[in-house]
Design a protein. Sequence first.
Length: 369
Amino acid sequence: MTVESTAELTIDLGALVANYRLLQRRAKPARAGAGIKANAYGLGAQEAAPALFKAGCREFFVAILSEAIALRPVVPEADIYVLSGPMGGDEAEFVQHRVTPVLNSPQQIDLWSRWCTANGAAPAALHIDTGMSRLGLAPAELDRLIADPALLKAFSIPLVMSHLASADEPGSAQNAQQLARLKGALDRVLPLLPSRPAISFANSSGIFLGRDYAFDLVRPGAALYGLNPTPAAPNPMRQVVGLKARILQVRHIDAHQTVGYGAAHRSTRATSLATLGLGYADGVFRALSHVGAAFVGGIRAPFVGRVSMDLITIDVGHIPPHLAEPGAWVEILGEHQSADDLAAAAGTIGYEVLTALGPRYQRRYIPAG
């Protein structure tokens, strides 16, 4: 049975690998891992991770344990870190699947230490908060751990990490402040450990702050998938994602005719409208109503009326009719519009655009070669 798709999502694994290699070159002599959480930022971890592993990536970072368990079969030799750490009761799952938890709090350190004391040592990473005030040991918690480090003796620590809060703002004083805090914390923590762990600090944008921020291991995420890690400068990354939708219907309307739910748009002239087969259920945000655009034959065609669950209407009155026929493909993301561009129109960030991409798309992966 052949089922024609109304929208197609293309993921270029060759561009993904090229981005990884660019980031690895920028980070040298540090090595580059990969943030593969949220299903590789919505693009498919099962496909992205093996391509990155083949390109030399050996460390992968996910948000939750279930992501790590799903990832393990496709990168059986990789190191996989779970950023949220153990919840309690799931310790054996980490060990069974050879997954390393990141310990973020005294409670998690105590939990992991007690489990390892009873069941045998298993590695865990240590997260030190240097200014994000999210996950990681706060300064007072780190002080208490250093004063009584016995809990760290029950397991090995292959990685100590922190996380930059303002790396995409290279002029922010917070970057240097966090770097100084991390170095101060390492001076106190590392002498307590039997062997030196790898140190990881820089995210995608952090790689572009310079080698002082790279340490041993960088953890790019968004930049791998084509988002701009240097918002104040041209994007150095290749575009990984393409999204196109079919025109389902074309109609001609008169001046002053209303369009869509709530009659939210009223045409100022006679024109032609094309209706596309995707909507906010597919991750094209309702916030793009009246401000978003598609590209037909490379020509910008603005959204008119409200983005609805399954449909978007665009104005094609200025488009040559042979380009805007039922069945024709229209670009949403691609050569003329990046995820960052679409995000700016919606008042959000490219991360949200990628992770919102819905399950109804026909997905096509271009091999890395």
